[in-house]
Design a protein around this ligand. Structure first.
Ligand code: ADP
Length: 264
């Protein structure tokens, strides 16, 4: 939808003819804009931690002999910022890897024992939550056909988001079960929820409803963009239901063709 952009060229092959050539460049412009935004976002995300780190290092060099308790405090802050840059680079590498491998068949799919994977992810979620939430799960013995590491990473992203966006004392419920002829993995939380107008933008790179909360809990703003790519490569679909102030349910739905059925 929306207006379209055309490039118009006038060509005069000879004195008697004039040719007007138009090209619809709407899509090319859109991609150019997206690329520009992406580069601007990455630069900005890297500049902030680098400013903090270089600021502290310069202070140390210029004012040697600062109290060691203060130095230790500065170093802790530098470690945090270094971790933040590392997370960002890891997510960027993951995203570009997923995009480069977008052609189907670039990796061999495998049979994934989902109950084990879901248990692992829930255990990691509990470690992240550190007792601040009640985390429960419900799993059916259904195996999925897909890329194990990608599915694990997508599931972990949804669980860690639930932990990060649910205030202490809230609950999180993780489910893997058959649904219709396919199967569904879902994470329901009693967290902060998302206003309806933001839901369509959640899988955009670097889109965050609340930048402060995302950063404070170690977010890169790339998690759901990664999940979306993973699902596209694994035949799944992302579902998002949410109510502001009540909580959210994020789900990954897989069709029948992705469910492993042992013969016999
Ligand atoms: P981030 O690193 O910022 O968490 P994501 O791509 O994983 O990046 O998520 C994008 C945004 O979607 C988040 O910044 C947050 O605003 C919102 N979001 C994701 N999961 C939840 C959730 N379970 N509850 C509330 N908001 C969420």
């Amino acid at each position: 939808g929306g207006s379209r952009i055309f490039e118009v060229a006038v060509v005069a092959p000879d004195a008697r003819h004039t040719l007007i050539v138009t090209h619809d460049v709407t899509e090319r412009r859109r991609i150019d804009d997206m690329r520009r935004d992406f580069v601007a976002n990455v630069s900005h995300e890297l500049r902030t931690p680098l400013t903090v780190i270089s600021g502290f290092l310069e202070t140390e060099v210029e004012q040697p002999g600062a109290p060691s308790a203060l130095l230790m405090h500065h170093r802790q802050l530098m470690v945090e910022q270094t971790r933040r840059m590392k997370r960002l680079l890891e997510d960027l590498l993951m995203l570009s890897g997923l995009e480069n491998a977008d052609e189907p068949g670039s990796d061999e799919p495998a049979v994934i024992a989902m109950p084990k994977l879901v248990e692992d992810v829930v255990r990691e979620g509990k470690a992240l939550s550190n007792g601040r939430h009640e985390i429960t799960m419900e799993v059916e013995d259904v195996s999925l056909i897909g890329q194990p590491e990608e599915i694990r990473s997508a599931a972990m992203n949804l669980v860690s988001n639930a932990v990060r966006y649910t205030p202490d004392g809230g609950s999180i419920h993780v489910v893997w079960r058959r649904q219709g002829t396919g199967a569904i993995f879902s994470v329901r939380d009693t967290g902060i929820g998302i206003a309806a107008k933001h839901i369509p933008r959640l899988t955009e790179r670097f889109f965050r409803v609340d930048k402060g909360r995302s950063r404070a809990t170690g977010g890169t703003g790339l998690g759901l963009a990664i999940v979306k790519h993973i699902l596209r490569r694994n035949g799944g679909e992302l579902g998002i239901e949410s109510e502001l102030g009540k909580g959210s349910t994020f789900s990954m739905r897989f069709p029948e063709s992705r469910i492993f059925r042992p013969i016999g």
